[in-house]
Write a protein that binds this ligand. Structure first.
Ligand code: 6MZ
Length: 353
């Protein structure tokens, strides 16, 4: 990746209207908020502040270390007010960098100690963006409910039923995700819940191939979810099956490099996917944890693929078709995209830099 090309692409990528389709709520938390909450909780001994700071400050951390950090985040994001605050800040940050639509994913959580149920957790999330604030007038927010790989079949089914019920009630829920530590859990545990989601008409965006697990990857590809996240560790056979399947892939460059899942951006498999005209969408995964933004991810992708500005715009716009937005909203997003792109985006000379 050419650093000069990256810098040259940044202004266009910042100005571009963008769609974020793969961001975890608690992975998008502001570092300042996380440190503030950690300081509060370290007073009652719930977390070790120096340990948290040392993990946050690491530029690269392995997948196991990343999941240790998520464990610590869980310890400081326990009550409804904090969940609402984090959601509000995350959406404000997305709106500020010209993201016009986000599918924010989060794992509904029970916490009997503070009277939190999976439903009340989701209500606290929704309270974070159903406000009259100006920032929220510029961004459409939709939710994907995550099943954590540590959960049981029953807990996963509870999440799917909750998603279905809340969607029926008019909440902004558009799909189901399977995520969490890829070293934990088995595909067959979640299959009943994912099958139910499909029967209920909920689209699926599943994490796949973050670690080498050919059997699971094969089962996921055979199941044919609507979208896949990561797909980093695929053997030849699965790779060919992925290409043949045309299942859109959510690409998270900085996350994959930071967790040492791929060696560097230039060697990332998205280059091959792009060249094969496989549908891809550029995403952040956990912008708070990996200190990145969607604009930065687009600039990384553009410099790595050596794109001209028209190609960057096309890549960003294709995210509309890959989203789980309802057909009418897709139409609105197309109009909004064309309008704001024409109005704002500075154009990069063809072939630059
Ligand atoms: C798999 C990930 C992830 O749900 O509490 N999560 N799962 N791979 C990743 N790549 C690094 N990044 C985040 O957000 C945090 C949770 O999202 C999942 C993990 O389950 C993590 O605990 P929520 O809002």
């Amino acid at each position: 990746m050419d650093p000069e090309a990256f810098v040259a692409h940044l202004p266009l990528c910042r100005a571009l209207p963008k769609l974020e389709l793969h961001a975890h709520l608690n992975g998008s938390i502001r570092s300042s908020t996380l440190l503030e909450l950690a300081a509060e909780h370290s007073q009652n001994g719930a977390v070790s502040y120096p340990e948290l700071v040392s993990i946050i400050e690491k530029e690269k951390r392995s997948l196991p270390e990343t999941f240790k950090l998520f464990g610590l985040i869980r310890l400081v994001t326990t009550n409804h007010q904090v969940v609402t605050r984090i959601t509000r800040e995350v959406i404000e940050d997305f709106a500020a960098e010209n993201i016009i639509y986000v599918e924010l994913r989060t794992t509904p959580k029970n916490n009997p100690a503070v009277g939190m149920t999976k439903r009340s957790y989701m209500e606290a999330v929704m309270a974070g963006f159903n406000t009259d604030s100006i920032a929220f007038n510029r961004i459409y927010v939709r939710l994907i409910l995550s099943i954590d790989r540590r959960e049981t079949t029953e807990a996963a089914i509870e999440t799917v039923r909750l998603a279905f019920d809340m969607r029926q009630e008019g909440c902004e829920i558009v799909g189901i995700d399977l995520s969490g530590d890829p070293a934990i859990g088995e595909w067959k545990t979640f299959l009943p819940a994912l099958t139910l989601a499909r029967e209920m008409g909920l689209p699926l965006a599943l994490h796949c191939g973050e670690v080498h697990n050919p059997e699971e990857v094969k089962s996921i590809l055979d199941f044919h979810p609507e979208r896949l996240g990561h797909v980093c560790c695929l053997d030849d056979l699965e790779w060919q099956a992925l290409l043949a399947s045309k299942i859109p892939v959510e690409v998270c460059l900085t996350s994959n490099v930071a967790t040492l899942t791929v060696p560097c951006v230039a060697d990332h498999h998205f280059v091959e996917l792009y060249k094969a005209k496989h549908p891809i969408v550029i995403c952040t995964d956990d912008p708070g944890i990996f200190c990145t933004t969607l604009s930065r991810e687009y600039a990384l992708a553009a410099s790595c693929l050596d794109l001209v500005s028209e190609e960057v715009v096309k890549l960003a716009k294709e995210a509309i078709n890959l989203s789980f937005a309802e057909p009418q909203l897709k139409q609105t997003l197309h109009q909004l995209f064309d309008f704001s792109h024409l109005k704002q985006a500075p154009s990069l000379p063809i072939g630059a830099p």
